[in-house]
Design a protein around this ligand. Structure first.
Ligand code: PLP
Length: 238
């Protein structure tokens, strides 16, 4: 009879770049003694084969920016049972497809989107996990709500049984001055603590990308979104 150790995951093909990022994450968590931070692998512009090879090393959660780009990849990889996060700006007219295909939407920033996602989340699926995207410091960006809008948006989400609010997300402006980025992360950490006091089930603060995920963890991130540090530089858009 074929037996298998329960502690060793099956079909695991080592991926040195993934291992390196996971150990950097672990090291950044250690001084604060908190439980490990979740890695979201950002797979925009990467093809299903590249995603499957990271999945084969044990990674479950992947992030995509565009609904249209993500749908064929999600379909192609369906049997792997991966967890898909939408991390790009979501137009209301794409909310139906997003609600049907993703497990998380991290970019909820207005009441209209709350209503559209709730209306279209299929009953056969568990509630859609959502994060409120906050515009913490990027005046040039039209995405993300004001910090003052967090509590009313959280209340609107709590009214929707097909949605489950998990926390906050931000994309601070890519300031070359890392101290200014840290300030933005820290301000998000304060807003996150306040939301945790206000609402039940808040466990996710999504902050930090390839260039600054260590700093984000040091300032309180519970999820980091990493693409190019794992896959290499993205091809430039034509
Ligand atoms: C592209 C992207 C990332 C990953 O960026 P890298 O620098 O490749 O790690 C993370 N978050 C969001 C919202 C993105 O659009």
């Amino acid at each position: 009879m074929h037996t298998r150790s329960t502690t060793v995951p099956r079909n695991v093909a080592p991926n040195p770049a993934l291992q390196r990022i996971l150990s950097l994450i672990d090291n950044a968590c250690r001084p604060s003694g908190r439980p490990s931070v979740q890695l979201l692998v950002v797979s925009k512009t990467r093809d299903p084969e590249a995603i499957a090879s990271v999945a084969a090393a044990g990674q479950r959660a992947f992030g995509e920016n565009y609904v249209q780009e993500a749908l064929p990849k999600i379909a192609a990889l369906r049997e792997l049972g991966l967890e898909w996060h939408l991390i790009g700006h979501l137009q209301s007219n794409k909310a139906e497809q997003a609600a049907r295909s993703f497990d998380w939407v991290q970019t909820v920033d207005r009441p209209k989107l709350v209503a559209a996602l709730a209306r279209h989340r299929p009953d056969a699926l568990p509630p859609l996990n959502v994060l409120i995207q906050v515009n913490i410091d990027d005046e040039a960006s039209k995405s993300g709500c004001s910090p003052l809008d967090i509590i009313p948006l959280a209340a609107a989400i709590a009214d929707q049984p097909r949605l489950r609010l998990r926390g906050l997300m931000a994309i601070p402006s890519p300031d070359p001055d890392m101290d200014r980025r840290r300030t933005a992360f820290r301000n998000m950490g304060r807003l996150f603590s306040r939301l945790q006091q206000d609402s039940a089930g808040i466990d996710t603060l999504s902050l930090g990308m390839s260039e600054d995920f260590i700093e984000a963890i040091e300032e309180g991130a519970t999820m980091v979104r990493v693409g190019s540090a794992l896959f290499g530089p993205r091809p430039r858009k034509p």
